[in-house]
Write a protein that binds this ligand. Structure first.
Ligand code: NAG
Ligand code: NAG
Ligand code: NAG
Ligand code: NAG
Ligand code: NAG
Length: 677
């Protein structure tokens, strides 16, 4: 479906929605000092002419490549050639490559790919006179190239050179490099301006409050939980305890990649505005960074006897370093002040998996079994043929007795189920879990020991939802937060800014009309709507409606499908002349398709869902947050994705009707404020 086939009449309503109330990221000035960059700055000679091999054997004549793509997609080089650090001698080789000397301009930029390893794989800007390293940048553990902008005004006019440094023999122990630009060309392509990425553009953690720290990073969501540095994955320990919502995350503060797992900790009075608290739990062997032993995913409960906040989690031991250990056991810690979580001295509380659990044994989730008036927990497992969920019971949250297998799959949703959650909802019981890299639910009945599934489906129709966790808040709502990531992608562009991973907004779960599991955004998100909403009513779109642009906003619309003659409507998000996300709704088959194949640096693909519109009204509620996209349909469908635009201009929002007219009863675009300010 080509947008160019649409008639050229454009309704530009220019709603005047601008960036948030907080300081937006800016580009440095470019024109005061402009000098040529190094010789053969984009390797377009097809050789290393102008570059000097300083040491090692990782760089050589085979390093310059005109390959277009690798196993994960295009390299995205500029021109024909680029430096592919793997091509000459693989990951195991090391070495250094130096550019010719050049005078520093006010600004420069380049493309980098390859290993994320700030100490061992990087490009450095080095001053000729004293050899001082002025700036450094590492890659993102992906072959694809990403644009880094360096403000070099402080050294303008001085003689400098670039040093490509690879001292890693590990996987991704290589650096890719291309297209060094200086002066105003460094900042963009024609009318388009690059998002200013790179570690040197990020304020140091602790130098400022999260509000301003996060505002300055163009990729950083403003109302989602992200780590100030390092990596997060699964949300854990969700609970409203003594009034405050608690959000823990699997966390590696040392690097923006998975590693020895800590539990980060944040709390909130409304499940929208988060406040970072000290790390709740640390891995057991911090002195050996190669030992991946850590505190894996788990859950929280309020101890009935003491009122304490108890965490119950998988204690993982790396058997490379501890060959006699049981790798996955269940341990606990408890806090009376909500800050310090001392470990229970008699850990583990479940010392080994039950029989027939060879695929794994992890992610205990505690719930109060209303049928039996006792604590229960579910834990994920599998027997190499199908995933399964084990059930335990306890009177005091510490002594656990095995009940049996709560539920077992048929293998189609994976042979190891992670992060199971089990809870009553309306008059049913809901089981959801992660398997085969996706989130699945089953809804059915439960008799105290066994679950019988009646309905099943995907928890989320988009790419970036895994390890969702449920909790019931003090008002009795069933809430959930999901990790906006997945294990299949190599695309973590924010690694170049020193962080990776984000948690979704808080959702409320409900049983859909069709009996499936539905999600909707919690009502408290309206508290972010600090400025004027722009709204339209009774809008007939026959071609294109430009809604304006926004980087942190909520788009809500209702389309009257009965009064629509168009075959499809396309909602363009994160859009500029160079890139955009396409969200297409096909009227004939009620299918919505998310297309990210031309949406910047992230994972590209298409994902779809069929939307139920019993009253012939399509209602969508879309949350846009710099690199986050969450799309909720009124029937309970949710599509969660991360989006990583290349250009600052990629924030336009447009609606196009194809082959006819589309009638919208209402369209509102509301800027959302930072939840950290
Ligand atoms: C490269 O790494 C090795 C082993 O980790 C280390 O001994 C050496 O000092 C490093 N070389 C440089 C130039 O940093
Ligand atoms: C224990 O706590 C749970 C969860 O907060 C609650 O539902 C239950 O009623 C409590 N049980 C007792 C015996 O107090
Ligand atoms: C099951 O899978 C695990 C993990 O892949 C493997 O270590 C184990 O040998 C397998 N066990 C059986 C019984 O096939
Ligand atoms: C629950 O159902 C299972 C499977 O039908 C059965 O084996 C078990 O005895 C039942 N348990 C109770 C407490 O009714
Ligand atoms: C719905 O229709 C569109 C347009 O014909 C098509 O591309 C899409 O594959 C269809 N989806 C389903 C689920 O049939």
């Amino acid at each position: 479906m080509k947008l160019s086939s649409i008639s050229q009449v454009i309704l530009n309503l220019a709603l005047g929605v601008s960036a948030g109330p907080y300081p937006a990221p800016r580009s440095p000035g470019c024109s005061s000092h402009v000098y040529p960059g190094p010789v053969n700055a984009g390797f377009e000679t097809g050789t290393l002419d102008g570059w000097e091999i300083v040491s090692g054997d990782t760089f050589g004549s085979a390093s310059v490549s005109d390959e277009i793509s690798y196993w994960g997609g295009p390299f995205d080089q500029v021109g024909n050639f680029f430096l592919w650090g793997y091509a000459q001698a693989g990951d195991a080789a090391v070495g250094e490559l130096k550019s010719s000397s050049f005078q520093a301009s006010s600004v420069m930029s380049f493309l980098i790919g390859g290993g994320y390893d700030p100490d061992n794989v990087y490009v450095a800007l080095v001053r000729d006179s004293d050899g001082e390293v002025l700036l450094k940048q590492t890659g993102q553990n992906d072959e694809a190239l990403i644009r880094i902008v360096w403000d070099t005004a402080a050294w303008a006019g001085e003689m400098v050179h670039l040093l490509l440094f690879d001292n890693s023999t590990a996987a991704f122990g290589h650096i890719n490099f291309d297209d060094v630009r200086t002066g105003c060309d460094a900042l963009g392509d024609g009318d388009l301006t690059f998002n200013v990425l790179g570690q040197s553009n990020q304020p140091a953690a602790g130098s400022s409050e999260a509000c301003t720290l996060y505002a300055s990073d163009p990729l950083r969501p403003q109302f989602h939980y992200t780590p100030y540095q390092g990596w997060i994955n699964d949300p854990a320990g969700l609970i409203q305890w003594n009034g405050n919502h608690q959000l823990f995350s699997q966390f590696n503060p040392a690097a923006a990649v998975w590693g020895p797992m800590h539990w980060s900790h944040a709390e909130s009075t409304d499940a929208v505005h988060w406040r970072e608290l000290p790390i709740a739990m640390y891995p057991p062997y911090p002195n050996n960074p190669d030992d991946t032993s850590g505190r894996y995913t788990g859950s929280a409960a309020r101890d009935n006897a003491t009122g304490a906040l108890r965490l119950i989690f998988t204690d993982f031991t790396d058997t490379t370093f501890h060959p006699d250990a049981v790798p996955e056991v269940v341990s606990t810690s408890a806090s009376t002040n909500g800050i310090f979580f001392p470990l229970y001295p008699d850990n583990p509380i479940i010392g080994e998996p039950p029989a027939n659990s060879p695929s794994g044994f992890r992610d205990p989730k505690v719930f109060w079994d209303t049928a039996a008036s006792i604590w229960k927990l579910v834990v994920g497992s599998g027997d190499n043929v199908s995933g399964k969920v084990h059930l335990y019971k306890s009177a005091d949250l510490v002594d656990w007795v095995y009940v049996g297998v709560l539920y077992e799959g048929d293998g189609s949703t994976g042979v190891m189920w992670e992060c199971p959650n089990f809870f009553p909802l309306d008059d049913k019981w809901v089981l959801f879990y992660g398997g085969n890299g996706l989130g699945w639910y089953q809804i059915g009945t439960y008799n105290g020991s066994t679950f019988v599934s009646e309905t099943s489906g995907l928890v989320d129709a988009g790419p970036d939802s895994y390890a969702m966790q449920w909790y019931q808040d003090e008002s009795g709502r069933n809430l959930a937060i999901t990790w906006m990531g997945n294990w299949n992608t190599y695309k973590w562009p924010s690694r170049v800014n020193g962080w990776a991973g984000q948690q979704s907004i808080t959702r409320e779960l409900f049983i859909r009309e069709d009996g499936g599991l539905g999600s909707k955004p919690i009502a408290e998100l309206a508290s972010l709507e600090s400025r004027t909403t722009k709204s339209l009513t009774s809008q007939t779109i026959t071609s294109v409606l430009n809604l304006g642009s926004a980087k942190a906003a909520r788009l809500q619309l209702e389309m009257d499908v009965s009064a629509t003659t168009a075959s499809a409507v396309v909602i363009e998000l994160f859009s500029s002349t160079a890139e955009s996300v396409l969200l297409t709704y096909f009227v004939s088959n009620q299918t919505i398709i998310l297309d990210t194949t031309n949406a910047g640096y992230g994972q590209s693909g298409t994902w779809w869902a069929i939307i139920d519109i019993p009253s012939r009204k399509l209602n969508l509620d879309v949350f846009i947050d710099r690199s986050s996209l969450e799309i909720f349909a009124a029937d309970g469908t949710v599509i969660t994705a991360t989006i990583w635009p290349k250009y600052q201009q990629s924030s336009d929002i447009k609606i196009t009707a194809q082959d006819g007219a589309a009638l919208f009863n209402s369209i509102t675009l509301t800027p959302l404020a930072s939840s950290w300010c």
